[in-house]
Design a protein around this ligand. Structure first.
Ligand code: NAD
Length: 549
């Protein structure tokens, strides 16, 4: 236990330089009660994703960063500072490796055993690498997915379309707002009324219907009028989805974010919500069988909508696999969201670019929002996001923004931000980072690298090269993690953060890192045989030796 943690604000240094200051403020920001899920346990998000291994490690991190020189690098091993090395001013100030295990040992039980011994911690993606910015990240990612659905199938807008989904929880609750931000109508089903009410309170969901009939009437009217609207309805998706299919409701897009990845967290048909937890604990095998049988019905209806012509996709919750285990054979008839919509963006080096204002002043983010609109006037989806985010997103901790930018764009934005710090247009430096879920920084065969064209889904050299090139290019801190997003044994990924402090040196580093980092994604996809990536490489001057000569 400790006092609530809150990063310093303003332009006064508490350390020996802005790179160290940025790392310190972002470590503390991850643990700010406005940002972290369980700050007392050092848990930032994603179940058990931590910013530091334990409290002594946290205090040692703070102490070391406060005193760290401009030619030194602190090494962090799973949330604990383990060394300080003499390096040079282009080197990162912090290098982090979190949760990594040798292949045959990379299982949850072995990880938990080592964690209990105090030897490791689970770093998720941006928890252990100090660049989590709250729920804006999932909202923007979900917005981007639905924008990609619109671009692929509905001429760039969801206006006049109806999306059916389920699961209005921690992450899934971003879906209704992401759909309405794209102009569409969303019907979201959840067994738990409190989940729907909470999202109405947060303004992520517009309204909750009294019954399924009422919900259908509301969404039909909105669709007809091409009016953006989200409606929640209480029910079990395994019953409501087949019901909607039978009634012939005109649904254009179908997905799902119930907690299907864990059959003990998916409510089977015929089980009361209030008794689910005790039942799952008492009879886990029976509960699992029933949950999988319900998921089979749920997914069978999704395939029914697919057969009827709807756009249907799995949203990264493993419901296809669970439905197959439940005995439904056609579960994999519809694709996962990455191969369906996100991979074409990854081929362009496009991914979740984010930044935070170390001043703590929302006016700095407003100024950077204007700079983004000014830099990329032709990108309508980006403009819509920036405008709506300004209106709808409440900051958690240090003010921050996220948007997806591609090869040839991120470096321009970063250099502009650095110039704005230099000119005094921003009142203090900004940090520029990203999620590890990015174009060239993750190997995750159930998610980001599912179904690669050349079958290279599980090849994990790419994230390692990504970390190495960012280290060589001048990033302020660089991390290599294992198990983020989909769990131990299932992913390896890397992150980088740069600090725009307004100096000429920072400008040079930012230009290199924000060129080379997304270029890793471009070359990864050229290598896997994606033609569009090759076009981007040619257009933006990314060199790929095997295609030369
Ligand atoms: P959560 O546990 O907070 O929410 C799940 C919701 O599903 C709950 O509100 C619960 O009441 C509801 N639910 C459970 N069974 C149901 C049923 N039979 N019918 C209707 N509703 C039911 O989980 P979360 O953090 O929102 O994540 C949801 C899922 O999405 C997880 O499986 C997660 O792994 C996945 N996810 C994927 C991505 C991605 O990359 N696309 C991102 C985040 C989360």
């Amino acid at each position: 236990m400790t006092q609530p943690i809150r990063a310093a604000r303003g332009s006064q240094l508490t350390t020996r330089g802005w790179q160290q200051e940025a790392a310190l403020r972002m470590l503390m920001n991850n643990l700010d009660p406005e940002v972290a899920e369980r700050p007392d346990d050092l848990v930032v998000y994603g179940g058990t994703g931590k910013a530091a291994r334990d409290w002594p490690s946290y205090h040692a991190l703070v102490r070391t960063l406060t005193d760290l020189r401009e030619d030194e690098t602190m090494l962090v091993q799973s949330g604990r500072p383990v060394g300080v090395m003499r390096t040079h001013e282009w080197a990162p100030r912090v290098l982090l490796a979190n949760s990594n295990l040798v292949g045959d040992w990379a299982t949850w039980p072995e990880f938990r055993r080592l964690e209990q011994l105090g030897l490791t911690m689970y770093g998720q993606m941006t928890a252990g690498s100090w660049i989590y910015i709250g729920t804006q990240g999932i909202l923007q990612g979900t917005y981007e997915t639905f924008a990609a659905v619109a671009a692929k199938r509905f001429e760039g807008t969801l206006a006049g379309t109806l999306t059916l989904t389920a699961g209005c929880g921690g992450m899934g609750g971003a879906q209704p707002l992401a759909v309405t931000m794209n102009g569409g109508v969303c019907l979201i089903v959840d067994v738990d009324r409190t989940r729907l009410d909470r999202r109405v309170h947060d303004r992520y969901l517009d309204e909750v219907a009294d019954s399924l009939d009422d919900a259908i009437a509301r969404v039909r009217a909105a669709k007809r009028e091409r009016r953006a609207l989200s409606v929640g309805v209480v029910g079990n998706a395994a019953e409501v989805f087949p019901d909607l299919l039978t009634r012939g409701v005109e649904i254009d897009i179908v997905t799902d974010q119930t907690s299907a990845h864990d059959p003990l967290a998916y409510l089977p048909v015929g089980v009361e919500l209030a008794e689910a937890r005790d039942y799952a604990a008492a009879k886990p095998a029976e509960f699992t069988d029933r949950a999988r049988a319900s998921m089979a019905k749920h997914v069978e209806a999704m395939v029914g909508f697919l057969d009827a012509g709807a756009e249907v996709f799995d949203y990264g919750n493993s419901i296809r696999g669970e439905a197959q285990l439940g005995g439904y054979q056609r579960a994999f008839d519809f694709p996962g969201f990455v191969p369906a919509y996100i991979r074409p963006l990854f081929c362009e080096g496009r991914g979740p670019f984010r930044w935070a204002a170390l001043s703590g002043d929302p006016a700095d983010i407003a100024a950077t929002d204007r700079a983004i609109l000014d830099l990329f006037p032709e990108n309508e989806s980006l403009a819509r996001w920036i405008k709506l985010a300004g209106e709808r997103v409440a900051f958690q901790g240090l003010p921050a923004r996220i948007c997806w930018l591609g090869q040839g764009e991120r470096d321009r934005a970063g250099v502009r931000f650095n110039d704005m710090v230099a000119s005094g247009e921003l009142s203090a430096p900004v940090v520029i980072g990203r999620d590890h879920l990015d174009t060239g920084s993750v190997a995750s065969p159930y998610r980001e690298t599912e179904g690669m064209a050349d079958g290279s889904d599980a090849i994990a050299d790419w994230p390692l090269l990504n970390a190495l090139v960012n280290t060589a290019s001048g990033a302020s801190w660089v991390s290599i993690h294992h198990g983020g997003g989909v769990g131990i044994g299932r992913s390896i990924h890397a992150g980088q953060v740069c600090v725009a402090d307004g100096t000429a040196l920072a400008g040079q580093k930012i230009e290199r890192v924000l060129t080379n980092d997304p270029a890793m994604g471009v070359i990864r996809h050229v290598d896997a045989g994606y033609e569009s990536a090759r076009e981007v490489a040619d257009r933006t001057g990314v060199r790929v030796p095997m295609t030369e000569g």
